[in-house]
Design a protein around this ligand. Sequence first.
Ligand code: FES
Length: 105
Amino acid sequence: MSSIKVNIIDINDDKHIITVPLNTELSLMDVVKNAGFSMGNCGGMALCASCHCYVSNNIILNQKTDAEEDMLDQLHNSNIEKSRLICQIPISEELNGIILKIVKN
Ligand code: FES
Protein backbone atom coordinates (compact mmCIF):
# COMPACT_ATOMS: atom_id res chain seq x y z
CA MET A 1 0.00 0.00 0.00
CA SER A 2 1.49 3.32 -1.03
CA SER A 3 -1.41 5.63 -0.20
CA ILE A 4 -4.52 5.83 1.95
CA LYS A 5 -7.97 7.35 1.54
CA VAL A 6 -9.16 9.95 4.02
CA ASN A 7 -12.86 10.85 4.09
CA ILE A 8 -13.63 14.38 5.21
CA ILE A 9 -17.05 15.76 6.10
CA ASP A 10 -16.83 19.53 6.16
CA ILE A 11 -18.77 21.98 8.32
CA ASN A 12 -21.53 22.11 5.67
CA ASP A 13 -21.81 18.30 5.78
CA ASP A 14 -20.30 18.00 2.30
CA LYS A 15 -18.16 14.92 1.78
CA HIS A 16 -14.67 14.91 0.31
CA ILE A 17 -12.20 12.08 -0.24
CA ILE A 18 -8.48 12.72 -0.45
CA THR A 19 -5.68 10.31 -1.31
CA VAL A 20 -2.63 10.63 0.90
CA PRO A 21 0.76 9.07 0.12
CA LEU A 22 2.22 7.08 3.00
CA ASN A 23 5.81 8.17 2.49
CA THR A 24 5.38 11.31 4.55
CA GLU A 25 6.16 12.65 7.99
CA LEU A 26 3.04 14.81 7.92
CA SER A 27 0.17 14.69 10.37
CA LEU A 28 -3.46 14.19 9.46
CA MET A 29 -3.97 17.91 10.06
CA ASP A 30 -1.21 18.77 7.57
CA VAL A 31 -2.77 16.75 4.77
CA VAL A 32 -6.31 17.97 5.45
CA LYS A 33 -5.03 21.56 5.55
CA ASN A 34 -3.08 21.01 2.32
CA ALA A 35 -6.34 19.82 0.73
CA GLY A 36 -7.77 23.29 1.34
CA PHE A 37 -9.48 23.09 4.72
CA SER A 38 -8.87 25.84 7.21
CA MET A 39 -7.00 24.56 10.27
CA GLY A 40 -3.56 24.40 11.80
CA ASN A 41 -3.47 27.82 13.46
CA CYS A 42 -0.97 26.73 16.11
CA GLY A 43 1.21 24.79 13.70
CA GLY A 44 0.22 21.43 15.12
CA MET A 45 1.09 21.98 18.79
CA ALA A 46 -2.28 20.96 20.30
CA LEU A 47 -2.80 24.57 21.36
CA CYS A 48 -5.59 25.95 19.18
CA ALA A 49 -8.19 23.23 18.45
CA SER A 50 -8.63 24.49 14.88
CA CYS A 51 -8.06 20.87 13.80
CA HIS A 52 -10.75 19.41 16.09
CA CYS A 53 -12.56 16.56 14.32
CA TYR A 54 -14.92 13.77 15.24
CA VAL A 55 -13.53 10.46 14.08
CA SER A 56 -16.55 8.42 13.03
CA ASN A 57 -15.42 4.92 12.35
CA ASN A 58 -13.65 2.17 14.20
CA ILE A 59 -10.07 2.81 13.25
CA ILE A 60 -7.70 2.40 16.18
CA LEU A 61 -5.77 5.60 16.66
CA ASN A 62 -2.67 6.52 18.59
CA GLN A 63 -3.19 7.49 22.24
CA LYS A 64 -4.00 11.09 23.08
CA THR A 65 -1.22 13.02 24.75
CA ASP A 66 -1.87 14.95 27.96
CA ALA A 67 -1.70 18.19 25.95
CA GLU A 68 -4.39 16.97 23.56
CA GLU A 69 -6.59 15.78 26.44
CA ASP A 70 -6.22 19.15 28.17
CA MET A 71 -7.22 21.07 25.05
CA LEU A 72 -10.20 18.81 24.31
CA ASP A 73 -11.37 19.21 27.92
CA GLN A 74 -11.69 22.95 27.33
CA LEU A 75 -13.97 22.66 24.28
CA HIS A 76 -17.73 22.95 24.64
CA ASN A 77 -18.34 20.52 21.78
CA SER A 78 -15.81 17.87 22.69
CA ASN A 79 -17.04 14.28 22.46
CA ILE A 80 -15.16 11.88 24.68
CA GLU A 81 -15.36 9.01 22.21
CA LYS A 82 -15.00 10.77 18.88
CA SER A 83 -13.02 13.97 19.37
CA ARG A 84 -9.43 14.25 18.29
CA LEU A 85 -7.03 17.02 17.46
CA ILE A 86 -5.86 15.61 14.17
CA CYS A 87 -2.53 17.43 14.31
CA GLN A 88 -1.65 14.81 16.91
CA ILE A 89 -2.23 11.88 14.54
CA PRO A 90 0.65 10.91 12.26
CA ILE A 91 -0.16 9.51 8.83
CA SER A 92 -0.05 5.73 8.84
CA GLU A 93 -1.45 2.80 6.90
CA GLU A 94 -3.91 2.08 9.72
CA LEU A 95 -5.77 5.32 8.92
CA ASN A 96 -6.95 4.08 5.53
CA GLY A 97 -10.68 4.78 5.22
CA ILE A 98 -10.86 7.07 8.25
CA ILE A 99 -13.87 9.38 8.40
CA LEU A 100 -13.23 12.85 9.80
CA LYS A 101 -16.05 15.26 10.61
CA ILE A 102 -14.59 18.72 10.93
CA VAL A 103 -16.10 20.35 14.01
CA LYS A 104 -17.29 23.92 13.78
CA ASN A 105 -15.74 25.83 16.69
FE1 FES B 1 -3.69 23.62 16.64
FE2 FES B 1 -4.17 21.04 16.05
S1 FES B 1 -3.43 22.60 14.75
S2 FES B 1 -4.48 22.07 17.90
